[in-house]
Write a protein that binds this ligand. Structure first.
Ligand code: NDP
Ligand code: 2IT
Length: 447
C-alpha cells in the first residue's frame, strides 16, 4: 500500500474508531488509489486525501415533533455536506432508526465518487434522521418532515445542496419537505429531487436506481458474451430500488426469485412476474405492509422469517437492494456454491469486505453500488436540468439518457481499471475514475 494512503487511514482510524461504516467505505476507496498516488505526487502535495475524508460541512440539529396523541418526540437531524468540487452537494435523505453521523458520513463519502461517475456536475452529500416512519400516520410523518425542513431549509438551495430520497424517504416525504422549504423560503426552487410529476419531478426518477442497476448488470454480462434472458436473480429489499429492479428484470426476460424486508424473505420458485409485482407495489407503497403477506396471495412461494435471500436457492445473479452490510462472507460463499456469476449492487455498500474478497477470488462479475446504483442520482441530475430550463423530457428521452449514462459509467470504470493494471476490476475502476475528476477539481480551485 502507498505510504500516503496508509498514513491517512491510520490517522482516521485513530480519530473516529466508532464510525465503522465510514471507515469501511474509506478503506475500500483508498485501497484502490495507491497506484494513482504512486504515479502522481501532486495529490499528496495538495493533501487531497486528508481533505476528501473530512466533510466540508456537517449540520446537526434537533427535530421536535408531535404525534397524533399530542405527545412530543425529539429526533436528531443531520446533513453532511461532503464535497462540492464538481457541483452543489447532492444526495439523499434517510429516515431510519439506525441513522447516526457515521452512517451518513459513509453514505456522503460514497456519494462523492458516485456522483463524479455519473458524468454530471454534482458534488456529494447525505442527510437524514433516526426517525422511524414505520407505523406512523401520514399526519405524524408530515409533522416530522415539516420540523426537519424548518431547520434544514437555511442550509440548502438549488446551487448549494439538493437532497432527495433514500431509505424511508420516498415521494410522500419529498412532497412534505418540498412544501415546507417553499413556505420557509418563499421561493419555488429546484431544491429536492424525486418530486411529483405535476410539480417539477422527472419521469423515470422513481424507476431510475433499479432500472440503472439492471442496465449496468447487462453491460457487465455482455463483456462475457452473456445476457439477462432466463437468468435466475436474487433481489433483496422490497422498497423503491428493489421494486424497479424486479420490474426491469421481468421486462428483459430474467427470472427474479426473491424479495425481502427487515422481517424476512420470500422465494418464489416460479419467478415474480408482472402481476405478482403489481401486488407488491400495492402492498408496499399503498398499504405499507410486510413482504410475508405475499405467500397468502401466492401460496406456491415460501416465506423465510428472519432470513436474507443469499443461498436460499440456486441463482445466477444477486442484486442486493436493501441496506449496508446485508451480504457477508458466508452469504457470498453460499451464493458462489449455488452458481452465482454476477453481483450488481442496488444498495449502498451492501457487501462486507469479506464478501467482496470472496467475489474477487472467484473472479465473478462484481459491481460496487457507487457504479451500479448511480442511475438514481444521475436521473436526479436530469431532474435538476429539466427544472433549470423549465421543460420536461418524455419518458423515452429520460430512459435513453439514463441508459446511456449507465453505459458510460461502465465504460469509464472498465477503462480506468485497465489503465491502472487491474482489468475487469470494477471496484478499482469506479474508485479511480470517480477520484481523479474530484481531486483535479479540488486542486484547480485552491483552498
Ligand atoms: P426503501 O426505504 O424504499 O426500501 C428499503 C428496503 O430495504 C425495505 O424493504 C426495507 O425493509 C429494507 N431494509 C432497510 N433497512 C434494512 C435493514 N437494516 N435490514 C434489512 N432490511 C432493511 O429504500 P430504497 O429502496 O430507496 O433504498 C434501498 C437501498 O438503495 C439503500 O441502501 C439506499 O441507500 C440505496 N439507494 C437508493 C437510491 C434511491 O434512489 N432511492 C439510490 C441509490 C441507492 P423494511 O421495510 O422492513 O425496513
Ligand atoms: O444513494 C443515492 O444515490 C440516493 N439515495 C439518491 C440520491 C439523489 O440525490 O438522487
Amino acid at each position: 500500500m502507498n505510504a500516503y494512503v496508509a498514513k491517512v487511514l491510520e490517522e482516521l482510524r485513530a480519530k473516529q474508531p466508532w464510525e465503522k461504516e465510514f471507515l469501511q467505505a474509506v478503506e475500500e476507496v483508498l485501497s484502490s488509489l495507491s497506484v494513482v498516488l504512486d504515479s502522481d505526487k501532486k495529490y499528496e502535495e495538495y493533501r487531497i486525501l486528508e481533505r476528501m475524508v473530512v466533510p466540508e460541512r456537517t449540520i446537526l440539529f434537533q427535530v421536535p415533533w408531535a404525534d397524533d396523541k399530542g405527545e412530543i418526540h425529539v429526533n436528531q437531524g443531520f446533513r453532511v455536506q461532503f464535497n462540492s468540487a464538481i457541483g452543489p452537494y447532492k444526495g439523499g435523505i434517510r429516515f431510519h432508526p439506525s441513522v447516526n453521523l457515521g452512517i451518513l458520513k459513509f453514505l456522503g463519502f460514497e456519494q462523492v465518487f458516485k456522483n463524479s461517475l455519473t458524468t454530471l456536475p454534482m458534488g456529494g452529500g447525505k442527510g437524514g434522521s433516526d426517525f422511524d416512519p414505520k407505523g406512523k400516520s401520514d399526519n405524524e410523518v408530515r409533522n416530522f418532515c415539516n420540523s426537519f425542513m424548518r431547520e434544514l431549509y437555511r442550509h440548502i438551495g438549488p446551487n448549494t445542496d439538493v437532497p432527495a430520497g433514500d431509505i424511508g424517504v420516498g415521494a410522500r416525504e419529498v412532497g412534505y419537505m418540498f412544501g415546507q422549504y417553499k413556505r420557509c423560503k418563499n421561493s419555488y426552487d429546484s431544491v429536492l429531487t424525486g418530486k411529483g410529476l405535476e410539480w417539477g419531478g422527472s419521469l423515470i426518477r422513481p424507476e431510475a436506481t433499479g432500472y440503472g442497476n439492471v442496465y449496468f448488470a447487462q453491460e457487465m454480462l455482455a463483456t462475457k458474451g452473456e445476457g439477462l434472458e432466463g437468468k435466475r436473480v436474487l433481489v433483496s429489499g422490497s422498497g423503491n430500488v428493489a421494486q424497479y429492479t424486479v420490474e426491469k428484470l421481468i421486462q428483459l426476460g430474467a427470472k427474479p426469485l426473491s424479495m425481502s424486508d427487515s422481517n424476512g424473505t420470500i422465494i418464489d420458485p416460479d419467478g415474480i412476474d408482472a402481476e405478482k409485482l403489481a401486488f407488491i407495489f400495492d402492498l408496499k407503497n399503498k398499504k405499507r405492509g410486510r413482504i410475508a403477506e405475499y405467500i397468502n396471495k401466492f401460496p406456491t412461494a415460501q416465506y423465510h422469517e428472519g432470513k436474507r435471500p443469499w443461498g436460499l436457492v440456486k441463482a445466477d445473479i444477486a442484486m442486493p437492494s436493501a441496506t449496508q452490510n446485508e451480504l457477508n462472507g458466508d452469504n457470498a460463499k453460499a451464493l458462489l456454491e449455488n452458481g452465482c456469476m454476477c453481483v450488481s449492487e442496488g444498495a449502498n455498500m451492501p457487501s462486507t469486505p469479506e464478501a467482496i474478497e470472496a467475489y474477487k477470488s472467484a473472479k465473478i462479475l462484481y459491481a460496487p453500488g457507487k457504479a451500479s446504483n448511480a442511475g438514481g442520482v444521475a436521473t436526479s441530475g436530469l431532474e435538476m436540468s429539466q427544472n433549470a430550463i423549465r421543460l420536461s423530457w418524455s419518458r423515452e428521452e429520460v430512459d435513453e439518457k439514463l441508459h446511456s449514462i449507465m453505459r458510460s459509467i461502465h465504460k469509464n470504470a472498465l477503462e480506468a481499471a485497465e489503465e491502472f493494471g487491474t482489468p475487469g476490476d470494477y471496484v478499482n475502476g469506479a474508485n479511480i475514475a470517480g477520484f481523479k475528476k474530484v481531486a483535479n477539481a479540488m486542486i484547480a480551485q485552491g483552498f
